[in-house]
Structure formats: C-alpha cells, structure tokens
Design a protein around this ligand. Structure first.
Ligand code: NI
Length: 389
C-alpha cells in the first residue's frame, strides 16, 4: 500500500507543484488568508469531503472511510509572512509585502495531495481522517489554540504534521522523540530618559546610551544565570528611537524573543530580563518598562507516535532517509495540538539546491520534496487507521 502511494504521488508531482506555486503567487498573512481558505474549501468540497470553517480563516475537513475505526488528524498551516519577496521566481508573490517564505504554500499542496489519495481509497480503510487548515502560525498567539477551542480535535485520537525543512537534504525525514521545538516568548522594553540637544547631553538623560547598556547587560542572562546544560536564547529583533542626528530622544524601544524548553528556565529568564533592564537603565538615570508575553509552548512529540511516524517514513523511502536531528529553538503552534492528543511533528528535508533559510526574502524550497512529503502524510493516516483496536 505504501509503495503504491509513493508512486501515485510521484505521478501527481506536476499537479502538486502547480498548486504550491499558485499558493506562492497569492500569499496572505496571518488572519487574512481569505482567498487561500476559499481555495482550500473549494478543493475539499470537490474532493467529496465535508468542510467546516473555524477560527476565522481556518478549516476542518472530514473524510470518512468505512464505518467504525479510529480518527486521525493531519494539519497544514496556511499563512504567509509579512515580507517582500526577493529574486526572480517565475511564481513570485504578486501581493506586495507578503511572501510564502516559510514553506506553508508547500504544506497546503502536500495536504491536498494526501486528501486526494485518501479520498480515492476511502472504501479501503476504516475510520476517519480530519484535515486541519490552520491560520496564523506565524503570529502568536497563533491559530492552533482557537482551532482547538472551536472543536478541531473533537473525536481526534492522534495528529500528525510536518514542516518542509530547508536545512535538511531533500527527501530526508527527522523528528525528536519528546521536546523538539522551543517555548517562544516575546518582550518589549521601553527605555525612557529625557530628551534634549545632542550638544548638551548633561541636560538630558540619554535613553540611547541606557538602551545600549541594557542590550549588553542582558547578554549575561544566558551566559551567567542559566544552567549551561539548559538550552536558552535571548535575542533582540528591533531597536527604535530618535528622529535626527542632533536630538537626544526621549525614549528608545527594544523588542526581542526568549526561547527555552524548561519552565523553570523560562521563569528565570523572565525575572532576570525585568531586573537587569530596570536596574541597568536606572544606573543611567533612565527608566525601563518591560512587557513580556508568553508565546507558543514547547513542542513535545509523543515518543511512541514519533517512532511510528519514522517507521512509516523508513518503509516509504528506505531506512537511510530517516536522519537523527536535534531539537531546534524555533517555535511552532503545532505544540498546542500535541498537548491535547498524542502525535508527532516531523521535519521533511527540502533543501537541495536552495540558498536561503526560512524567513529570508529569497527563500525557496526544493519542490522535488513535495510528492514524497505528501506520500508520508497520507501514509501516516492510512497506517494509523490500520492499527488493530
Ligand atoms: Ni513555518
């Protein structure tokens, strides 16, 4: 059955790639995925599935096989990034300021192909496959939580998802049993001083100098406060302040992200961030106000379902395609589903011939990975439903 599925997907390669390119041409950012959602809805209806809208632009499509049996869910994210695409792809984004620079266009095309292949086989399996099309993966608090609250996982006994992964060679598959992706929080620090003339700094409180000291001092949290054997990241993403060269501004705003796996480390990072920002700014006569927002929780794969998923991959593509990987500090709101039901999230290599990482304006993926990724998703559903009991 798996080999037949693999060959069928290879034969569908042109259609899968074509759909991915259509999504790529018309990217829509978090919560604005209206045309994307409408296209997916039409597709599911044409393929004979029932579809319900949820969480704004989200969809839950259901495929019933023979009566009885289990229920398994497959998930794709559907949003693009607020990023202007670079490069001269024939299928480049036609939406100014938006771009599928993470591969979610590929995830949708892969899920569609899996749905088609499974729909053709619905007389050959018992149970139900639920297809979740989830908005806003890129924008915390994300779309997974509202999907779950709207009933996305009702009756679902296991869930699987994958991310096409540029850092890995095309056709390789990897997953970590247990914690695989990080808790990803964000923070904003406002350093307030007192503005004035740049030539008379003694009459002002310079928030630029204080903010620079805050940025430097916070580098000591990971290096001096966190257990060296615990993963942790603190990075700044923005620093904004001032209008012109000869004015000391009144305030500077910084923002950044904290990534952790362990809740105690997260609490420590949060506490030290506030303490160091306040006291460091204070030592310059400035004031720091910190806003801290908890983001996606760590993504924790179920060990048994991860073994199962990698075993299916090995049967589809050969044992050598399954490669050991380490956890990454990236965040992913698939984590929320895995807190409700067992399952696994996999990285599917799509890096051959590519030059730019995820979230880069020139990002692309190797489309040769798409049929195989589709075979894996469909294979996971079929093999899961074929389990006794
Ligand atoms: Ni992504």
């Amino acid at each position: 059955m798996l080999e037949e599925l693999r060959l069928e997907m290879e034969a569908m390669a042109g259609r899968i790639i074509g759909r991915r390119r259509d999504f790529h041409r018309r990217p829509e950012t978090a919560h604005n995925e209206f045309a994307t959602s409408a296209a997916l809805r039409d597709f599911f209806l044409k393929t004979g599935l029932s579809v319900a809208a949820m969480a704004g632009t989200g969809l839950r499509a259901v495929l019933d096989g023979r009566p009885g049996g289990r229920t398994v869910a497959l998930r794709t994210d559907i949003d693009a990034l607020p990023l202007a695409e670079e490069g001269d792809k024939e299928y480049a984004s036609t939406t100014p300021g938006a771009c599928h620079a993470c591969g979610h266009d590929g995830h949708m095309a892969v899920l569609q192909a899996a749905a088609e292949a499974l729909a053709r086989r619905k007389d050959r399996f018992r149970g139900r496959v639920v297809f979740l099309c989830q908005p806003a993966e890129e924008l915390p608090p994300g779309g997974a939580k509202p999907m779950i609250e709207a009933g996305a996982l009702d009756g679902v006994e296991a869930i699987f998802g994958l991310h096409l992964w540029q850092p890995m060679p095309t056709g390789t598959v990897g997953a970590v049993r247990g914690p695989m992706m990080a808790q990803s929080d964000n923070f904003r620090i406002t350093v307030a001083g007192r503005g004035g003339h740049a030539s008379m700094p003694h009459q002002a409180v310079d928030p630029i100098l204080a903010a620079a000291a805050v940025v430097s001092a916070l580098q000591s949290v990971v290096s001096r406060n966190v257990d060296p054997l615990q993963p942790a990241v603190l990075s700044f993403g923005t620093i904004r302040g001032g209008t012109v060269y000869n004015i000391i501004p009144g305030a500077v705003e910084l923002s950044g992200t904290v990534r952790t796996f362990d809740p105690d480390v997260q609490a420590l990072m949060k506490r030290r961030l506030v303490e160091i920002a306040r006291t460091t700014a204070g030592s310059f006569g400035a004031e720091a106000e910190v806003e801290y927002e908890d983001g996606y929780p760590p993504l924790v794969n179920d060990a048994a379902e991860t073994d199962f998923a990698l075993a299916v991959a090995a049967r589809l593509f050969g044992g050598k395609s399954v490669v050991p990987i380490r956890p990454v500090m990236g965040g992913e709101d698939f984590a929320y589903y895995l807190r409700e039901v067992p399952g696994a999230f996999l990285f599917f290599g799509a890096g051959d011939g590519t030059r730019f990482p995820h979230h880069h304006p020139g990002f692309d993926l190797d489309e040769k990975a798409l049929p195989s990724a589709a075979a894996l998703l469909a294979g996971l559903a079929l093999e899961y439903l074929a389990r006794p009991g």
